[in-house]
Design a protein around this ligand. Structure first.
Ligand SMILES: [Zn+2]
Length: 218
């Protein structure tokens, strides 16, 4: 029996796009939520709910806090909406920093990112913590005091601060696929990483090279 039309429609629309954690730095994973699918720009944090889901998947929030935030968002939709606007604003500034921060012409992007970072840090009231994770790793977290929607992007912003302090901008690259907006921190010893992900862009490039070779042989 075929599925009812409504189910088919929702399947066609698809599940929300998956998050990509390929940036090598938390703030780069965050700017990569402004992603592209099949050449179309796609915001993978299109709602507050998705933003919280990203924070949980990035392990900035544990499941309990994430669930509490989702409940509060239902009670206070305007607060949740404002937090999402705030997150996107920070994301735009950090994206310019990743795109242009390392160039000589990047001074304005660097200045704008500093203003944005200091604005977020200056407004945060809460407790910074480091949490031990079940897999043996560690993650920064931030528990705000008062405003439950405040400070959600603090660990993201602090990750950008770490990159600035440690002079990492020079090793941040955009994926070599022109249609792909993702950025990553190149930790390869040879500093030759070209693709955001071998499973997607890297593979596509490999297949295209193969097609060109086969085409030449014919
Ligand atoms: Zn890519």
């Amino acid at each position: 029996m075929s599925a009812p039309a409504s189910t088919q429609a929702s399947t066609l629309a698809g599940d929300p796009p998956a998050f990509a954690f390929i940036g090598g730095r938390l703030w780069l994973d965050f700017i990569n939520t402004d992603d592209a699918r099949l050449g179309t720009r796609t915001d993978t944090i299109a709602s507050f709910e998705r933003f919280v889901a990203w924070l949980a998947e990035a392990r900035i929030l544990d499941a309990e806090r994430a669930a509490a935030l989702q409940r509060r968002a239902v009670e206070q939709p305007s607060g949740a909406a404002a937090a999402l606007v705030e997150a996107r604003r920070v994301r735009a500034a950090l994206r310019s920093l990743a795109e242009r921060g390392r160039t000589d012409q990047g001074e304005r992007a660097r200045e704008a990112a500093l203003v944005e970072i200091n604005r977020v840090l200056g407004r945060s009231v809460g407790t910074r913590r480091v949490e031990a994770l079940p897999d043996g790793g560690y993650a920064r977290s931030f528990v705000p005091v008062g405003d439950v929607f405040g400070g959600l992007v603090i660990p993201v912003v602090e990750s950008a601060v770490d990159s600035l302090v440690h002079g990492e901008l020079l090793r941040i690259h955009k994926c070599a696929d022109r249609r792909c907006p993702r950025h990553f921190y190149d930790v390869s010893r040879s500093r030759t990483r070209r693709w955001c992900d071998m499973a997607t862009c890297g593979n596509r490039a490999k297949a295209a090279r193969h097609r060109r070779r086969v085409g030449r042989r014919r």
